[in-house]
Design a protein around this ligand. Sequence first.
Ligand SMILES: NC(=O)C1=CN([C@@H]2O[C@H](COP(=O)(O)OP(=O)(O)OC[C@H]3O[C@@H](n4cnc5c(N)ncnc54)[C@H](OP(=O)(O)O)[C@@H]3O)[C@@H](O)[C@H]2O)[C@@H](O)CC1
Ligand SMILES: Nc1ncnc2c1ncn2[C@@H]1O[C@H](COP(=O)(O)OP(=O)(O)O)[C@@H](O)[C@H]1O
Ligand SMILES: [Mg+2]
Length: 299
Amino acid sequence: MLNYNSNSITSLEGDHIHQLQKNILKKIILPRPLESHKGNFGHILTIGGNENYGGAIIMSSSAAVHGGAGLVSCATDSKNLTALHSIVPEAMFINYNNDVDLINAVKKADVIVIGPGLGENTAALKILKKVVLNTVEKQFIIVDGSAITLISDQQNLKTILANRKTIYTPHQMEWQRLSGIKIAEQSVSKNILKQHELAGTVVLKKYHTTIYHTNTPPSQLKIGGPYMSTGGMGDTLTGIIAAFLGQFHYKNYEQIVDAAVYTHSAISQKLSSSRYVVLPMDIIGELQNFMYKYASQAR
Ligand SMILES: NC(=O)C1=CN([C@@H]2O[C@H](COP(=O)(O)OP(=O)(O)OC[C@H]3O[C@@H](n4cnc5c(N)ncnc54)[C@H](OP(=O)(O)O)[C@@H]3O)[C@@H](O)[C@H]2O)[C@@H](O)CC1
Ligand SMILES: Nc1ncnc2c1ncn2[C@@H]1O[C@H](COP(=O)(O)OP(=O)(O)O)[C@@H](O)[C@H]1O
Ligand SMILES: [Mg+2]
């Protein structure tokens, strides 16, 4: 059973999908209450970045910090410590090979991002299992990159994640691995059925990214473009989604995810008016201004 009203799944193909508009931003990005502190804006734990892909988890962490997360901890390979602290000193470091520290960090987090640059070897799978097994129902878990590939054949982990507030953020090949649907056959109707099986939100990233929800019909971006095609762009998106989920308390969290995905592409589109390519770090640098603008309009 789908948890939203749709006359027929096939009627949602193509142009019939709900198109995200910028009004979603004014609804979600609100001014902060005066009586508040960092603990009110979410503790984010980002997990990933093996010795070759440190940049991925640093971009995720940095996006979370610039996107307004109250606290950010980054569990990564110890080789990334200096780079992490140089680029984003606001973030705290955890050695992801230290089981006790990793599990303690998982228990403290409101939102967990797992996967950017994690890699796909046995050690990465062990970390993924440790993390998923130590999560609890109230936590948001954003599953991205290598973690999507790793989890594809781990039915027990997918079952646990079906009982969490899970957000999968695959590109089309990762979605092929996770869903078993070949890229050429990834129709809205097939994707809806798979999303329902996973029982988590699926942000299917592509030109005109489509977001498949559990409680509301799919939504689609009509902004963004090929100026976003640089490695690290999806890693950055995970941090923005995490920051939004950690700090905004709109009753329907699916709309918070929509707003975060919209923000990522809206900033890119804006910057593309004067840049041939928009880099992930450019988006991170623009997040504070962009959010300020919408929070002022909400007053
Ligand atoms: N700076 C860093 O540290 C960075 C670290 N990163 C980390 O690397 C890890 C691996 O992630 P990944 O995405 O690079 O590799 P993978 O999952 O094998 O996918 C690539 C394969 O899929 C295919 N493909 C088809 N459709 C596609 C689509 N729409 N979008 C994209 N690909 C599509 C594609 O086809 P082709 O390009 O050959 O046509 C190719 O065969 C992950 O943890 C990530 O976080 C990166 O973020 C980069 C920056
Ligand atoms: N041509 C395009 N049009 C719109 N968005 C794009 C385009 N190319 C890339 N993107 C966006 O860039 C991001 C790429 O994510 P992903 O492939 O996971 O990157 P990475 O793993 O390198 O960080 C997604 O948000 C995707 O929608
Ligand atoms: Mg990716």
